[in-house]
Design a protein. Structure first.
Length: 80
């Protein structure tokens, strides 16, 4: 497909283009039933939806390399 960018940021169009796939979260247990699911902005460091914290201040995630696991939020601002 070639290079794609949105707002000056590179957009990944194939799984093998994901850098450090073992560290990239691609699925997230939202924790709430909402229309449209969990979303983050691609161009800023802020949340679109509030992140879930119902499991001991963490969330179940799926990584780009196919693994899943528990991710515990570290920043107190995310938890509150």
């Amino acid at each position: 497909m070639g290079h794609v960018s949105v707002g000056g940021l590179e957009v990944v169009t194939k799984a093998n283009e994901i850098r450090t796939s073992s560290e990239r979260i691609v699925l997230l247990d939202e924790g709430y039933a909402t229309f449209g699911g969990f979303t983050v902005y691609y161009d800023r460091s802020s949340w679109w939806d509030l992140p879930p914290t119902r499991y001991d201040n963490g969330v179940t995630v799926g990584y780009a390399d196919g693994r899943s696991g528990f991710f515990k939020w570290k920043d107190k601002r995310t938890i509150t």
